[in-house]
Design a protein around this ligand. Structure first.
Ligand code: GLN
Length: 196
């Protein structure tokens, strides 16, 4: 029952480029809702954790008890998609330096691993199970995924490194699909909402 109801995508909006995810979902034509407080989880079917600065985001996540709410949402087998800082938040282990995290996905990530802002880049990555064409990937002070657990599937690589990974309903990208005109990665994530 209720499967015909339109799915609403929550976008964590405490800091970072949440507005670009909203613009992407508008282009695709999917309803979204900004999540700033715990009560905003009401009525959402999936959640996007945007790029930004994890150190700042973590402050809000703790102060507003959002960390526990996100963990409970993911434990309920709801789809969660993290991009860049969002992927860092989702990791089980964070290096450079070690910091708090939600620990949703069995990956280890190294923050700012490509170098400084000036080392940010646009690359052409390969996600063979998601797209036949190479995908334009924007990396901004991005992390590198240094370890993936047995339950984690690598869906995309660039420069030989894993950049798009999946664990059940969880998806994490070290790049920013919301910053290009390419809807492929968001559409792939939205498929995860079909049966929930
Ligand atoms: N450097 C940021 C961090 O470590 C992530 C950057 C991003 O989201 N573009 O929190």
């Amino acid at each position: 029952m209720g499967s015909k109801k339109e799915k609403v995508i929550g976008i964590l909006a405490v800091q970072g480029d949440f507005a670009m995810h909203a613009a992407m979902l508008d282009r695709i034509g999917v309803p979204w809702k900004l999540v700033k407080h715990v009560e905003d989880f009401e009525g959402i079917d999936a959640l996007i954790l945007p790029g930004g600065e994890t150190t700042t985001m973590l402050k809000f996540l703790t102060e507003r008890k959002l960390a526990d709410a996100i963990k409970a949402f993911a434990n309920d087998n709801k789809p969660v998609f993290g991009t860049c800082a969002g992927a860092i938040l989702m990791a089980k282990e964070v290096l450079n330096p070690e910091q708090e995290r939600l620990g949703l996905m069995d990956i280890s990530v190294e923050r700012n691993a490509y170098g400084r802002q000036i080392d940010s880049s646009v690359q052409q990555g390969e996600c063979p199970e998601v797209s036949d064409e190479p995908i334009e990937m924007v990396f901004i002070r991005a992390p590198i995924i240094r370890r993936v657990g047995k339950e984690v599937k690598v869906l995309g690589r660039s420069q030989g490194l894993p950049v798009l990974v999946e664990q059940g309903k969880l998806l994490a990208a070290t790049f920013h699909p919301e910053l290009t005109g390419d809807e492929t990665i968001h559409r792939y994530f939205l498929e995860k909402t079909k049966d929930c």
